[in-house]
Write a protein that binds this ligand. Structure first.
Ligand code: FES
Length: 273
C-alpha cells in the first residue's frame, strides 16, 4: 500500500498527489511512468512520473479526472492509500549533451514536460518552455515551470491569459527569429505532438514526443500500447514512451486511441450512477 502524503488541486479537473514510494523514487528518471491500481479488482492505469524526491522517497503524479479510475483516484485524500504503485517503467528520456532546448507541454502534458525541463535545466541547458491550455483557468505548474526554464511562454486557445494561440505559433515565431535548438520535446495531445513534429521536420531539429497509448500490463507482453515508429512496431511501455516525433505514425495512433471510447464512456457512466 502506498500512502498519499500530499494532494493539491491544480485546476478543477487536474490533481497532484505526492505518494510515499521510496523504491520507485530511488530509480525514477524523467520520461518514465508508473502503473497504479487504486483498489482490488480495479483497472491498472499508467501515469507519467511528474517529479520525484529520492531523499524523501516520494513520487509525484499529476492526473486529469477523465474516466472512472482517475475519478476514483481523485476522490482519495492525504493519508489514504493506493493499492499498487509499480515502477519506474519505460525508458528514461535521453537528455545528455543538450545545449538549448524547447520543452513544450499541451494541457496535462505540461505535467510530463516539467520533469524534462527540470532535468535539462539542472544539466546546464538553456530551456525555453512553451505551454498551452484551452483557457487561463486550466493553466498548471506556471510557478514550477518558471523555476526550471530560462523563458516560459504560455498560450491559451481563447486568449484569456492575454496570449491567444497555440504552442506551435510560439515555436514557429522563435524558429523564424532564428532561435537554434538542438532538441525539441513535445508532450500533450497527439494532434499537438504531430503539429510540433511537422513544424520542426524541415528545420531538421531532433524532436522527441511522449506517446501515451492504451496500456494494460506495462511490461511489453499484451501489445496494447503498440505504436508504429519508422515503419516498425514498437511498444510504448518498454521501448518508449519517448519516440522520434519525425518517425511516429500519428494518424494510426490517433485512430487507436479512439478505439475504446464507447466502453470508456459506459464505464464512467456506470461509476457515476
Ligand atoms: Fe502491454 Fe505495453 S502495455 S505491451
Amino acid at each position: 500500500m502506498f500512502k498519499i502524503l500530499e494532494k493539491r488541486v491544480l485546476n478543477p479537473d487536474v490533481k497532484l498527489m505526492v505518494v510515499d514510494a521510496p523504491v520507485v523514487a530511488k530509480k525514477a528518471e524523467p520520461g518514465q511512468f508508473i502503473i497504479l491500481r487504486v483498489r482490488e479488482g480495479g483497472e491498472r492505469i499508467p501515469l507519467t512520473i511528474a517529479d520525484y524526491d529520492r531523499n524523501k522517497g516520494t513520487v509525484t503524479i499529476i492526473f486529469q479526472e477523465v474516466g472512472k479510475t482517475t475519478k476514483l483516484l481523485g476522490s482519495l485524500n492525504e493519508g489514504d492509500y493506493i493499492l499498487d504503485f509499480v515502477g519506474p517503467l519505460g525508458q528514461p528520456s535521453h537528455l545528455e549533451n543538450v545545449k538549448r532546448a524547447a520543452v513544450i507541454g499541451g494541457g496535462l502534458g505540461t505535467a510530463i514536460a516539467y520533469p524534462q525541463a527540470k532535468k535539462l535545466h539542472s544539466m546546464g541547458a538553456y530551456v525555453d518552455a512553451i505551454t498551452g491550455f484551452r483557457n487561463k483557468d486550466l493553466i498548471i505548474l506556471e510557478d514550477e515551470m518558471k523555476k526550471v526554464c530560462n523563458r516560459l511562454f504560455i498560450t491559451t486557445d481563447d486568449g484569456s491569459n492575454g496570449n491567444k494561440g497555440f504552442v506551435t505559433d510560439v515555436l514557429k515565431k522563435l524558429l523564424d527569429e532564428g532561435t537554434q535548438y538542438d532538441l525539441v520535446i513535445a508532450i500533450g495531445p497527439l494532434v499537438m505532438m504531430k503539429a510540433v513534429s511537422n513544424l520542426t521536420r524541415p528545420y531538421g531539429i531532433k524532436t522527441i514526443v511522449s506517446m501515451n497509448p492504451i496500456m494494460v500490463d506495462g511490461t511489453g507482453m499484451c501489445g496494447g500500447c503498440r505504436v508504429t515508429v519508422g515503419g516498425e512496431v514498437k511498444f510504448a511501455c518498454v521501448d518508449g514512451p519517448d519516440f522520434d516525433g519525425h518517425l511516429v505514425d500519428f494518424d494510426e495512433a490517433i485512430r487507436r486511441q479512439a478505439m475504446y471510447k464507447k466502453e470508456e464512456r459506459q464505464s464512467l457512466e456506470a461509476h457515476e450512477c
